[in-house]
Design a protein around this ligand. Sequence first.
Ligand code: HEC
Ligand code: HEC
Length: 198
Amino acid sequence: MKKQGFLALVLIAVGGLSVSLEAAEVSRAALLGYSCAGCHGTNGNSKGPATPSLAGVSRDYFIDAMQEYKTGERASTIMGRIARGYSREDIEQLADFFSRQKFIPAPGQQFDPALARKGARLHDKYCEKCHADGGSSSEDDAGILAGQWTPYLRYTLSDIMAGKSHAPKKMKKRLKKLHEKAGDAGIEQLIHYYASKR
Ligand code: HEC
Ligand code: HEC
């Protein structure tokens, strides 16, 4: 065989090897992800209503959330126990997997259009800065709010306001201000707004 032909063969072989290694990595992440599917749904779109969807959240947000569940900085009913079973490396692979899935807005959530309109104004004033595109962007590393299950959002917000879950100081300040001005009704308006985003 000519030298060039041999080289081409070697390159093809090496190329093939790296493709199959990549496939193995992906399927290990998917396999880890299946143990979450019972609650978070296939590919991270939860059937709700108290379990959030994970699909499409940012990698950094996902890793932080899992670490905070481990240390107890984030209030939880079950994730604290579950997160402790996963190493940092597992968590990074899970983050790769879920951040690549497509987020599907929670189906069939009821909302009142008038309340949603008020919620939209509150969101723009107090939240949009870090939860861009009406809370649907994942690029702020701050979680997806638009189309998320609202019972989950409701108790998460109340945990944050009660200081049981971590959130940036600036967010707590904004949330407090909103609550002082608009009360519990204001929080409800926000929830209706996020439910209206489909
Ligand atoms: C038994 C049901 C259950 C299983 C299994 C489960 N989760 Fe959860 N997960 C929840 C619930 C409920 C919450 C809300 C926090 C809480 O109450 O624990 C949550 C919250 C989360 C969040 C925070 C989402 C956000 O928007 O902030 C992440 C990340 C997460 N889970 C990852 C995982 C991963 C990864 C697995 C699999 C290794 C997993 N979960 C398995 C029920 C579950
Ligand atoms: C200064 C930036 C900032 C502002 C302003 C802000 N947030 Fe956040 N928010 C964040 C970050 C960052 C996180 C992720 C926190 C963490 O997990 O530690 C977060 C997390 C959340 C979560 C939890 C998401 C989940 O899936 O568990 C909710 C709900 C939320 N924010 C709602 C709001 C609302 C409503 C407002 C407006 C009143 C608001 N935020 C304003 C930065 C901000």
